[in-house]
Design a protein around this ligand. Structure first.
Ligand SMILES: CC(C)(COP(=O)(O)OP(=O)(O)OC[C@H]1O[C@@H](n2cnc3c(N)ncnc32)[C@H](O)[C@@H]1OP(=O)(O)O)[C@@H](O)C(=O)NCCC(=O)NCCS
Length: 440
């Protein structure tokens, strides 16, 4: 007998499938802090970046230089000067910024050029990396009487040129240095560059990889999802480091201006990027403008997802079998629960001729999303729909889940309490389901 493949691997790979599909062709800006690069996380991080590129994601990488530069300035005996949280870049510092950018770029380029060691065909074309004069900058000028010298801000991003490179399948690598129209160079902030790239490219995601594990609550637990309004509230309480404050402000700004998601996660933990992108719980903090979860009326495009949810339950005898034809004909009675664009649950609300009662049916939550309250949300949704439509009683018929309904206020009911048309179906299908009712 051949050995069983590792169960965890199969489970995790299957769970990742919808995310792999979803992320193909999506534009992602990855902002990598210089701390992550200094901590020698590059070799493993690059493997993950190569994997994302091979899965068809359009990647724009932007790296920081701050910690390299601090080190170089200290070694040269120079003072580190900041104003309003921005470095004051004098001529000597600018020369070091250019050096640091060169150093980091070459390291990233070299690491990305390596063919993954387990690639079956090592003649596969290497990942191509594109760089260029993508950032048009201008001087930041004099702030509160302080001349910021060669510290700049972004005037424009040449997003057309970047798009062209992405269309050709290249990974784009951007340094936080911009050029002015008069040919001068300006030192730029990583957050500002990352935000400008994400906004001008209308990216699907902006991801910060830093030494911070994510946004934490008062008990120092990582908050895996935040709306921009919740993040703004947390910021107002102000107990975050200056790095986190900057990332969080940038993340709020981009999601409120069209970037679908921003993520803040640790670049220090091996595989954090993969865990964030391909698992439901992620690894760091994900921000969006609107709440992540919603329940909506199903339409024909949802039939595949509904079948995926209910087929195993039908096979186990938990749910009554429903054919694709049945689903097509009755899709108007179904609602689906979506979380971060993936369907995790479904429920149907059936009406009877007498209209004073309705039935909750086909309630299912994907096994990997159970115990998160999704079942309860679907139930609340159906209850409010049934009320709106004038029903006084909601029935639920179940062979395995009676206790769940019991704990949510349903009571046992007898067959003759069901509307006559439903009694006939009940007798015909011989499932001997238990009948529950809820007064609305
Ligand atoms: C029933 C079901 C929809 C609940 O979904 P869910 O998203 O996990 O629900 P919630 O997160 O709101 O509730 C989870 C709680 O219900 C409990 N629960 C789950 N199934 C249960 C069952 N069959 N009997 C009793 N309790 C159950 C869980 O243990 C958990 O309890 P806890 O909060 O004390 O840990 C889901 O388990 C499912 O899809 N089951 C298979 C299909 C089914 O039975 N459908 C109903 C027939 S119409």
């Amino acid at each position: 007998m051949s050995p069983q493949p590792a169960a965890h691997f199969i489970h995790d790979f299957r769970q990742a499938a919808p995310y792999i599909q979803y992320l193909r062709g999506k534009t992602v800006v990855l902002a990598i802090s210089s701390q992550v690069l200094l901590a020698e996380r590059l070799p493993t991080l690059v493997q993950d970046i190569q994997l994302l590129a091979s899965l068809g994601m359009r990647l724009v990488l932007v790296h920081g230089t701050r910690h390299y530069l601090d080190r170089m300035l200290q070694q040269s005996g120079s003072e580190l000067r900041y104003h309003q949280g921005r470095r004051i870049t004098d001529a000597a510092a600018l020369a070091l910024v250019k050096q640091a950018c060169g150093l980091v770029r070459f390291d990233i380029e070299a690491a990305l050029s390596a063919t993954p060691s387990q690639t079956p065909d090592r003649r596969n074309p290497r990942l191509r990396i594109a760089s260029g004069n993508f950032l048009l900058a201008k001087p930041l000028g004099v702030l509160d009487g302080v001349d910021m010298q060669h510290t700049g801000s972004i005037r424009r991003v040449d997003h057309e040129a970047i798009r062209q490179r992405l269309n050709e399948g290249d990974v784009v690598l951007v340094s936080p240095l911009g050029q002015s129209l008069s040919g001068k160079s300006f030192n730029l902030g990583l957050d500002e560059v990352a935000a400008a790239l994400a906004l001008s490219l209308q990216a699907d995601k902006l991801i910060f990889l830093s030494s911070e594990a994510g946004v934490t609550d008062a008990e120092q637990r990582i908050i895996s999802e935040l709306t921009s309004a919740e993040a703004t509230e947390l910021l107002a309480r102000g107990h975050y480091s200056s790095d986190m404050t900057r990332m969080l402000k940038t993340a709020i700004h981009v999601v409120e201006n069209g970037v679908r998601r921003a993520h803040i996660l640790s670049g220090m933990a091996d595989g954090s990027l993969l865990a964030e992108l391909f698992t439901r719980h992620g690894h760091g903090t994900m921000l969006a403008q609107a709440p992540f979860m919603r329940i909506r009326a199903a339409d024909h495009r949802d039939i595949g997802d509904i079948i995926r949810l209910i087929e195993p339950l039908e096979a186990a005898g938990v749910l009554l079998p429903r054919s694709r034809e049945y689903l097509e004909a009755h899709i108007g009675t179904f609602s689906v629960l979506e979380h971060d664009c993936h369907v995790y649950g479904c429920v149907a609300l059936k009406h009877f001729a007498d209209s004073s009662s309705a039935e909750l049916a086909c309630l299912a939550v994907s096994p990997d999303a159970r115990d998160s309250g999704f079942g309860e949300y679907l139930l609340e949704y159906v209850i409010s729909q049934a009320r709106q439509q004038g029903a006084h009683t909601l029935f639920a018929l179940s062979t395995h889940t009676g206790e769940w309904f019991d704990e949510r206020g349903f009571q046992a009911a007898s067959l003759d309490e069901l509307p006559p048309e439903r009694q006939q179906q009940y007798r015909a299908n011989k499932r001997a389901s238990k009948i529950y009712k809820l007064a609305l």
